[in-house]
Every structure is written in C-alpha cells, then in structure tokens.
Design a protein around this ligand. Structure first.
Ligand code: ATP
Length: 270
C-alpha cells in the first residue's frame, strides 16, 4: 500500500534528516518504526503525510508511492483525501474546543453524511469516553484521553492508512497498553497503520513488521518477533532503562497529563 524507496529529506536545504530510507507498509498491516530522539521518525511521517513543507523540509531524492501513485510533493489535504491521515506527535488537539468540535474538525473534508456519521459511531464505540465528554473542553482531558481524542479525530477523516507519531509519549504504562489495544482494534477494523514509537514493548506488541531508524537510515528491519528477539533491540529498547522510565512516567502522569515528553531510551548511543 505504501512504498518508500531511498528517501532523502532535508530541512532548509541544510539539515539532512533522512539519508536513504526504504520501507513498505502492506495493506492491512501494522508496521512500526522505532528509533531514538532525532533519528528521523517524525520526518518520515511528515514526508508521507504531505506536511514537510510546513517545516521548511523537502524530499531531495527517492520515491514515495501510496496505492500505486507517487505522492512526493502532494499537500496534506490531498493526502488526506487519498486516505492518508496523521495523528501528530504531541496530540495537537484544539484545547479550547469541545471534544465534539475536535471530532467534527477531523471529519470536515468528508462530504458524505452517512460516512461521517459512521465514522463518529466508530470513534464513540472505540472511545466511549469521548461520547460521555463530548461537551467538555478538550483541554480538560488527561494526557491519555487527549491521545484518544487525537486518534479519534484522525479516524473521522476515514483513513485507509493511519500514521501515528509516538502516541505513548508521556503516558503511564497502563494508558500505553490501552493505546496499543486501540491500535490493534483500529487495524482489525481494516485500517492500515504506520506507527512511530520509542516504546518498543508497545510497538512490537502491536506491529507485524518493524524498522529501526538510526540517524536518518534504516539499520534493522524484520518481523516484530524477530526484532523483539534481536540482541541490540533488547539492549537499546527493551532494557531495564525503559522499565524504569516507564515507572517514573506512571508516577508523574497526573502532573504531566497532555504535556511534556518522557524519553524512554535512557541508554541510546547511536
Ligand atoms: P523525536 O523523537 O525527537 O521527534 P525523530 O526521530 O522524530 O525525533 P525528527 O523530528 O524527524 O526525529 O528529526 C530528525 C532530524 O531533523 C533531527 O536532526 C532534527 O533536529 C531535524 N529537524 C526536525 N525538524 C526540523 C525542522 N523543522 N527544521 C530543521 N531541522 C529539523
């Protein structure tokens, strides 16, 4: 469904963020991309979602094809229309609007009323809380609830391919587990997912295939089971540092709901 070949991306013509990235996301799959801060994960999603230009980024070389069509240079709205929708890092929900208004904003480009109503039903079934809190201001939700709203808002656009950027960031372990279950459920309903994560435990528990991105290049790829068994992945992503950071995140969750980052890779040395 999505094919990326030898992708090179830079910002402002100066910062090389991706050097030569190739990866495939087959229809119906959940594919995960793991990597430390600055590895280029967000840049990869921006390249696919058509938002690179908003950050003064550009594709220098390589190809991106979605459903057999080249998408390099297409805008975010053109990509959304084609069925590619991004859940951005840090949620980016509209905190002053209500939950219902946020969801409506996600579905604004869907003209077919029946499709829009079905999308809203799907979101409310996945996240009953978003129905209960529909008239509450989104800024009053906890971090985990805001992440669910961000995912729900993206689902309102009826994506064929959902791009999710670090949904576990700053969330307590039990909420991370819930997000993982939701991603599985969304996929089981027929939506293909490209998931960017630093939390390898969650990502490899959800994905069928995974890639490790290191300073702008893919350094490892394989089935999720292969990567989970790989010594370097275990050392860097599934080690005790991760568990400790996760426990700390759990302790902090009420105080940081919806805000700051929780780097889970204490021992990463590229
Ligand atoms: P993180 O987990 O910290 O978001 P990441 O793996 O998503 O990291 P990117 O955000 O894609 O990595 O960043 C890759 C590289 O591109 C980094 O060196 C970063 O500093 C640089 N970069 C990202 N956005 C911009 C921008 N708007 N302008 C200039 N450089 C940027």
């Amino acid at each position: 469904m999505l094919q990326i070949r030898n992708l090179q991306v830079s910002y402002g013509g100066a910062v090389l963020a991706l050097r030569s990235v190739s990866l495939d996301v087959p229809e119906g799959a959940v594919v995960a991309v793991l990597g430390s801060n600055g590895a280029g994960k967000t840049t990869l999603l921006r390249s696919v979602a058509g938002t690179l230009a908003d950050y003064r980024g550009a594709v220098d070389q390589g190809a991106i094809e979605f459903a057999g069509t080249s998408t390099v240079g297409r805008s975010a709205s053109a990509m959304a229309e084609a069925g590619v929708v991004l859940v951005p890092e840090g949620r980016r929900i509209f905190t002053r609007l209500t939950v219902a208004e946020n969801l409506r904003a996600g579905g604004f480009a869907v003209r077919d009323r029946a499709r829009k109503a079905a999308a809203l039903r799907r979101v409310h079934e996945l996240f009953p809380l978003l129905h209960e809190r529909r008239d509450q201001r989104a800024g009053l939700l906890s971090g985990g609830q805001q992440q669910m709203l961000a995912i729900g808002r993206a689902l309102m656009a009826c994506p064929r391919l959902l791009l999710i950027d670090e949904p576990s960031l700053g969330l307590a372990p039990r909420m991370v587990g819930r997000i993982g279950d939701v991603v599985k459920e969304i996929n089981a309903q027929g939506t293909t997912v490209l998931l960017i994560e630093q939390n390898a435990t969650m990502a490899l528990g959800v994905a069928s295939h995974a890639f490790v991105l290191t300073v702008g290049a893919v350094t490892l790829s394989g089935s999720a089971a292969e990567l989970a068994a790989d010594e370097s992945v275990r050392e860097l992503y599934l080690g005790r540092a991760t568990d400790q950071a996760a426990e700390q995140a759990e302790a902090r969750e009420p105080a940081i709901a919806g805000s700051g980052r929780t780097p889970l890779l204490g021992r990463w040395t590229p």
